[in-house]
Design a binder for this molecule. Structure first.
Ligand code: F6P
Length: 344
């Protein structure tokens, strides 16, 4: 009997379970058994996990998070890491691994593939900033959570005549802040890709007040570029992949203080944080995850390793894993211009 492994690495994301089910269901049609590694690459290093049956995956596309658990374990930073993964695969009789993750997890998969281990990648991040796919699953859910949060914040901001600064996930790109901010009628949207000046942010807020608007909502991505405003980075902690953990930056809180100082308008801030990643996925994400999972299984079935699945227009496609990691997908100017029309 053929057997493969599957793992979910990096920050979790709604619809990971839909992908897992897609892989298991499709593989079952060809009598391929799927071994689910516990906690991403950690499980792959230690051959830790369990076989996933059809019973195990029934209905799981409705659940948030990942039934396998996740971690940011970096195989390449572990002594003899690649050899340990190879040994796990041999011990468990796995011919390949479906790695579901962001650029870090898939970067490891790509390096292991170059070392002769069979890998198929599935792109995952709520940030939506991986290339070779139009959307990543989880992004739609996160953007909807942001939209719903903004809908709620409008009313309390109105009641008190305040500026409400909302910090939204997105260290390198502003997809969630832009999508959620545009849908949820933010009056200012600050993202990493298109710098905004602090003077312009304060101008919009002040002009709104002069026009008789009682309040303003400011959507700011974690990694937003704001000119004329210095955010003390504090002591940045790094994860095993060297990513800066931005929470110390607290851009939303500092921006709120600066807006209040400059405009004299009472300002509050809120960090949406991991609320954006938790809970059940949207219909769009459940279906996208299921389709990507099934497509990844097809690659296993036909032994087409070294590729990553992705969405292109309405079709699920495959690209070489190494291409997928080459560039970060940033918010495009046309979309940003539409958002700007609404920001006033
Ligand atoms: O990359 C996904 C993401 O949710 C980012 O938007 C965020 O900056 C980061 O992960 C948070 O990571 P952690 O869950 O490790 O705090």
């Amino acid at each position: 009997m053929r057997r493969i492994g599957i793992l979910t690495g990096g920050g979790d994301c709604p619809a990971l379970n839909a992908v897992i089910r897609g892989v298991v269901e499709k593989c079952a049609l060809e009598d391929i058994e799927v071994f689910g590694f516990a906690d991403g690459w950690r499980g792959a290093l230690h051959a830790d996990g369990r076989v996933l049956t059809l019973d195990d995956v029934e209905g799981i596309q409705t659940l948030g998070g990942t039934i396998l658990g996740s971690s940011r374990t970096n195989v390449m930073k572990t002594e003899n890491g690649p050899e340990m993964v190879r040994a796990s695969m041999e011990k468990l009789g796995l011919e390949g691994i479906v790695a579901i993750g962001g650029d870090d997890t898939l970067g490891v998969a790509n390096q292991l593939f170059d070392m002769g281990m069979n890998m198929v990648g599935v792109p995952k991040t709520i940030d939506n900033d991986l290339s070779c796919t139009d959307f990543t699953f989880g992004f739609d859910t996160a953007a909807n959570i942001v939209m719903e949060a903004l809908d709620r914040l409008h009313t309390t901001a109105y009641s008190h005549g305040r500026v409400m600064v909302v910090e939204i996930m997105g260290r390198h790109t502003g997809w969630i802040a832009l999508q959620g901010g545009l849908a949820g009628d933010a009056h200012v949207i600050a993202i990493p890709e298109f710098p905004l000046h602090i003077d312009d942010i304060c101008r919009i807020v002040t002009e709104r007040k002069e026009r008789g608007k009682r309040y303003s909502v400011v959507a700011v991505a974690e990694g937003a570029t704001i000119e004329g405003f210095h955010v003390d980075e504090g002591e940045l902690k790094k994860d095993a992949f060297g990513n800066a953990a931005l929470p110390d930056r607290a851009i939303g809180h500092k921006l709120a203080q600066e807006i209040q100082r400059r405009t004299g308008i009472e300002t509050r801030d809120i960090v949406l944080g991991h609320l954006q990643r938790g809970g059940s996925p949207s219909a769009f994400d459940r279906v996208l995850g299921a389709r990507m999972g099934a497509k990844a299984a097809e690659q296993v079935i036909s032994r087409n390793y070294g590729c990553m699945v992705g969405l292109s227009a309405t079709k699920i496609i495959c690209t070489p894993l190494k291409n997928a990691l080459s560039t970060r997908k940033e918010v495009d100017a046309e979309l940003y211009e539409v958002a700007k029309l609404f920001c006033r």
